[in-house]
Design a protein around this ligand. Structure first.
Ligand code: MTE
Length: 671
């Protein structure tokens, strides 16, 4: 699909005749349900009866089929979850069928149904009043299904081509039951001229990720389609504001294409509880509302999941290291200003519009309302209205990131940024806001971003847990340097001396550890760095470090990145607190090629005296969400006697000790 066409489709999805999130019902069509067409013209032949009116009646798959609530498919009754990305939870009782090769004249397929060329199918794309899709060698007219599709009209993204790649993304469709539903819309077959071994050639099947942007090679990808990536650990917090190209990326689907010259026309629709709608273009948002900056972290609820897996047991989901978190300066307009302009009236001291006199009767209690955000591809989630209208809550509709337009991976041209809250609520490619008495119906609100007790297993009662909003306190080690690595100025602090507060003071190292003065040092210098962060705008007040697995503790130095006026924006502590620590590790008694391991531990405290749990097992949940236990990094430098009379030194090598790129190296704890 060309980029312009894709853009048209994206736009169409949001401006076309159907509502964005129609009340979904995922039902098998009954034989009387279809009303639109009685005869169906074929594009390479005369009009033929449509399958629904053919003497055979509805397709055999549909005959006698039951009408089932969507809850049968997903459990928990969350309708929107039908279009969820759940590649880790494949429900595989449907497999693409292999189709026998066939001749054009007698191809062994139902002769009563027409054959269509792929070029004909392409005419029935998302902008056509009769959208079609293909699956294997079959053609389906999904016109009627679109309105009833639980995932809304995102299905139009596949129109004009094969639905197969999308069903791979939304793997919940891969069931015999959903296949039965599609079979009801079967109108014909792909012409044999367009088939290779009974199926359309691979190049004829669209890759939804084809137009994704090129990423920085320093990002380590957990998956590429969709892209989910974090930087190497020791690159993560070299800078207070994460460079845009290193900011972690968390996508559930493809990156929608919005052409640069059309960005100002990008539309945001705001729907109020009474159903009234107000539409703003991006240009209008920029012109009509005061522009604000907020410096804030975004953190995925799966950050450090891999740590939980290694210490407490198997978890489902992307195995993030410590890098599903980044910090940036966001620029945009306040959500509260836009809601007020759209006419929202709520009865509260923090109301966007304070009704006066008799108008109070119309005012709504903000505590009962939610602000639902929807992105251009299909993602959606929500926040409680009180957070949205809190004057010190700093919720932005952002178009800028670190002084540049939002990069495509981070929501170009518009996203919500909800500081202090799980990043799942900062919706990229924002196109619709609905103020509603319900949370977003999406999978990502009702299921994925929740946490449960260690005993509750993989299929808990989803409705019982609240959705994650404000994030709990966490901290992580992002760099450890030992011995020569400190002496030889290999820490990132020493490398980036232009960064304020970022330079290691070798004089201090000498004083604390005796780096240079002792001919036979009894200790080796160790430099440790990392970040700490707490949600809800709670400031980090202390970071504790242990070099012996938690037996003894010292405090790290907190870097005051916001000291210079104009370096941080916002009403609360929305950014991470970078910290660093300089200490000494006792030199091991023996030298040789043996490894001497130590466990470095970090834990943080915020201004409400919240602290991190000691173990992951105490907060274990199968989803691996909110993995916030003390962060432990085992370092195993090798002891070497260089034979120069200076005794034993720790040669740590680049892999471990000169930085810290990965976790989990085995080794004996040093005594
Ligand atoms: N918004 C849209 N439209 N689509 C998405 O897949 N992912 C969410 C959130 N907003 C997502 C989205 C999640 S789970 C996270 S953690 C953050 O975006 C990640 O934002 P980033 O990729 O800019 O770091």
């Amino acid at each position: 699909m060309s980029t312009s066409r894709r853009f048209t489709v994206d736009l169409f999805r949001h401006s076309c005749r159907r509502p964005l999130n129609p009340a979904p019902s995922f039902r098998l069509r009954t034989s009387t349900a279809r009303s639109l067409h009685t005869t169906r013209p074929t594009l390479n032949g005369p009009a033929r009866p449509s399958p629904s009116t053919s003497p055979k009646g509805p397709n055999p798959a549909a005959r006698g089929a039951r009408v089932a609530p969507v809850g049968m498919l997903v459990g928990g009754g969350v309708l929107a979850s039908l279009f969820a990305v759940a590649w880790q939870d494949h429900d595989d009782d449907w497999e693409p069928k292999s189709v026998q090769p066939s001749s054009q004249d007698r191809d062994g397929r139902d002769p009563s149904l027409p054959r269509f060329r792929l070029s004909d199918v392409r005419k029935h794309d998302g902008s056509s009043p009769e959208p079609w899709v293909t699956l294997e060698d079959k053609v389906y007219d999904i016109t009627e299904w679109v309105g009833a599709h639980p995932g809304g009209d995102v299905i139009l993204r596949a129109a004009g081509g094969s639905i197969e790649p999308y069903w791979k993304i939304f793997s919940i469709h891969n069931t015999a039951y959903v296949r039965e539903i599609l079979d009801q819309y079967h109108i014909g077959f792909i012409d044999t001229a367009d088939l290779v071994n009974g199926r359309p050639a691979a190049e004829a099947i669209e890759d939804p990720f084809e137009t994704d942007p090129v990423r920085d090679p320093r990002l380590i990808a957990h998956t590429t389609k969709p892209m989910n990536a974090e930087p190497l650990t020791d690159e993560l917090d070299v800078e207070f504001k994460t460079p845009n190209e290193l900011f972690y990326v968390r996508h559930h689907m493809w990156v929608p294409v919005v052409e640069e010259d059309k960005a100002d026309e990008h539309a945001l629709t705001v729907e109020l509880p009474n159903g009234e709608e107000r539409r703003y273009t991006l240009a209008e948002l920029k012109e009509r509302f005061p522009i604000h900056k907020v410096t804030a972290v975004l953190q995925c609820s799966g950050n450090r999941r891999n740590d939980m897996t290694r210490h407490a047991g198997k978890t489902n989901g992307l195995q993030w290291g410590v890098g599903a978190i980044s910090n940036a300066e966001w620029e945009g307009v306040r959500l509260s200003d836009v809601l007020a302009d759209a006419g929202l009236k709520v009865a509260s001291a923090t109301a966007v519009t304070r009704p006066s006199g008799g108008e109070d009767d119309d005012a709504l209690d903000p505590k009962s309302l939610h602000v639902q955000f929807s992105g251009l591809e299909a993602y959606g989630s929500s926040i409680p209205l009180p957070k949205a209208i809190d004057p010190s809550g700093d919720v932005l509709l952002a178009f800028g990131m670190n002084g540049k337009p939002l990069p495509r991976d981070h929501g170009y041209p518009l996203r919500s940024v909800v500081p202090g809250t799980v990043a799942a609520r900062s919706v990229k490619w924002l196109s619709k806001i609905v103020v509603s008495d319900e949370e977003s119906p999406s999978q990502w609100q009702r299921r994925d971003y929740k946490s449960f007790g260690p005993n509750e297993g993989a299929n808990p009662d989803w409705s019982r847990a609240v959705s994650i909003q404000e994030m709990p306190i966490t901290s992580a080690i992002t760099g450890v340097w030992v011995g020569d690595c400190v002496r030889n100025s290999k820490t990132v602090w020493q490398k980036s001396s232009s960064q304020s507060g970022n330079v290691i003071d070798l004089g201090a190292v000498d004083k604390k550890v005796g780096v240079t003065s002792t001919p036979k040092p009894s200790a080796e210098p160790i430099a440790v760095q990392g970040y700490a962060y707490s949600g809800g705008g709670r400031a980090i007040t202390r970071v504790d470090i242990s070099l012996d697995g938690g037996k003894s503790w010292d405090q790290a130095e907190l870097i005051d990145d916001c000291a210079t006026p104009g370096s941080c924006f916002g009403n609360k502590a929305w950014s991470w607190k970078r910290w660093r620590y300089l200490g000494k590790l006792p030199t091991p008694e023996t030298a040789g090629e043996e490894k001497a391991c130590s466990t470095v531990v970090v834990k943080a405290v915020d201004d409400a005296y919240n602290a991190q749990p000691e173990t992951h097992s105490s907060i274990y949940n199968v989803r691996g969400n909110l993995a916030t236990a003390w962060h432990r990094v085992r370092i195993c430098p090798t002891c070497v006697d260089k034979g120069d009379g200076k005794g034993v030194v720790w040669s740590t090598g680049d892999k471990f000790g000169c930085g810290f790129k990965k976790e989990g190296e085995a080794g004996e704890e040093r005594k």
